[in-house]
Design a protein around this ligand. Structure first.
Ligand code: F1X
Ligand code: MN
Length: 462
């Protein structure tokens, strides 16, 4: 009898905690006039669209050289598609279903139906009334559609020029970080644990601050890293609002200590190409060469996304560029990374889920294969702001709500978000900390000046 009572007690307690997990505050949206979402949809997104139109137009000669008159006609149609799209956005027209036949089109169209059903006071889902996360992702998907529907220029990456330029503008910083990596790897066998930890923390912070260099926040304007990233780390420390780095270190050490050499796999959910990607690759190299990880999976985007996000082509291009660089240690790093890739120690993955608009708490049902894959990692790094928005559902959480609560049951493996703040969602702060920051600096959540290293261990491992 007593055990039966306990059984029911636990069932009820469990149901109650699941109910708490599924409760969530409202989604951020441009319908809140004056909010960052509103300003983004009103100003930043049309600016990005205008730049894309300009880029396609400037490439007209290239399309002609490659495809003749057919290329020029496709360019004209793509531009008229994008101008119409800009008009739809600026005049808050209903969101329309995708008309291309790409494999993800059905998922997008089903998602639109769901958003439609969620509209309060009826009316269609629209740019200024639907959730910001949804409409912003949808915009990038529509830009891709503009090309998909217009062969032969369908393979053109509308952001390639901006990404290439950002990479070249951060060359000084790339050389500095590659030199640092080389010196570190050379003496790595002699480092005792506290020293190894210290080096890990440095490279973790370099990768964290690397996230400042995204081109979507600057609406495509140059935003690259110029100085040596290692030199500024001490000065930047006060701007890390939550720092769970030591827990990340413990997870990495646990499997190393248990098995001598590490057996584990570390996954990087990548964000931006350019300098940020180089910092991620440097951190990944350190994990492998120190024996803290045996294998690395990199996850990137399967279409041009949020201006600077990494696609397979960017990933391969960056490593190829580096291995052909004039600078010795940059070339050394690129060559080494090519070897990791050919040996299967590193691999690149681009699941379509990363370019759908879902909050990550829905990954297990929307992309069970990806969720199962991530469960095999001993640690997952989620890079950047958009991943943070998807982790927390891009919702108006209180600042002091725990990271776990905001993730609403998403915990495939120990995970760590490395993010500079560029959108107005933040959780896991001390009581009063967010309010104090707001009083001091109105734009603390969107300026990219602050950052967080937030860690979550799965329930079962606690
Ligand atoms: O994910 P990332 O590259 O760190 O940032 C993407 C971003 O610039 O795009 C959105 C604004 O358009 C914001 O959420 C965020 O600041
Ligand atoms: Mn990005």
């Amino acid at each position: 009898m007593a055990s039966l009572i306990w059984y029911f007690y636990f069932r009820v307690a469990n149901m109650a905690s699941n109910a708490v997990l599924s409760e969530a505050p409202r989604a951020l949206s441009a319908k809140y006039v004056g909010s960052f979402a509103y300003l983004t949809v009103k100003d930043r997104l049309p600016t990005i669209l205008t730049k894309v139109i300009d880029t396609i137009h400037r490439n007209r000669n290239q399309f002609f050289e490659e495809y003749g008159e057919e290329g020029v006609q496709a360019e004209k149609r793509a531009i008229s598609f994008l101008s119409k799209l800009r008009n739809e956005l600026q005049t808050d027209k209903p969101i329309v279903a995708l008309a291309d036949n790409a494999p993800d089109a059905d998922s997008w169209n089903q998602y639109l139906q769901k958003q439609q059903a969620l509209m309060d006071q009826g009316g269609p889902a629209s740019w200024f009334r639907s959730p910001w996360l949804y409409v912003e992702c949808y915009l990038y998907r529509r830009m891709w559609e503009a090309l998909l529907l217009n062969p032969p220029i369908s393979g053109f990456d509308i952001f390639k020029e901006a990404k290439t330029q950002a990479y070249f503008e951060s060359q000084q910083a790339v050389m500095a970080i590659c030199t640092h990596l080389h010196d570190l790897v050379e003496g790595i066998g002699k480092l005792v644990e506290p020293q190894l930890c210290e080096e890990f923390l440095k490279l973790l912070q370099v990768s964290l601050w690397g996230n400042r260099c995204d081109l979507s926040i600057s609406a495509g304007k140059e935003n690259s890293q110029k100085s040596s990233p290692i030199d500024s780390l001490e000065d930047l420390k006060p701007f890390i609002l939550v720092d769970d780095s030591n827990m990340v270190w413990s997870v990495l050490m646990k499997s190393k200590v248990l098995g001598g050499e590490s057996q584990g796999r570390v996954d990087f959910i990548l964000d931006n190409a350019g300098f940020e990607l180089v910092t991620d690759l440097v951190l990944a190299d350190f994990l492998v060469s120190s024996g803290l990880a045996r294998e690395i999976h990199f996850h990137g985007k399967s279409m041009p996304w949020f201006v600077s996000d990494t696609t397979r082509e960017d990933f391969e291009w960056t490593i190829k560029q580096m291995s052909g660089a004039n600078h010795g240690w940059t070339c050394w790093s690129g060559t080494r990374w090519q070897q990791y890739l050919s040996a299967g120690v590193w691999s690149y993955h681009d699941h379509p889920f990363w370019t759908l608009p879902h909050e990550f708490c829905h990954m297990a049902t929307e992309a069970p294969d990806l969720h199962a894959l991530l469960q095999g990692a001993k640690l997952i790094f989620f890079k950047g702001d958009l991943n943070y928005r998807k982790l927390t559902g891009d919702r108006a959480w209180d600042y002091s709500v725990t990271f776990r609560r905001a993730l609403r049951g998403f915990d495939p493996a120990p995970l760590c978000s490395l993010r500079t703040l560029k959108a107005d969602v933040q959780v896991g702060l001390q009581p009063g900390q967010g309010e104090e920051l707001t009083a001091r600096e109105a734009d603390w959540m969107t300026s990219g000046k602050y950052a967080v290293v937030q860690f979550l261990c799965p329930h079962k491992e606690q």
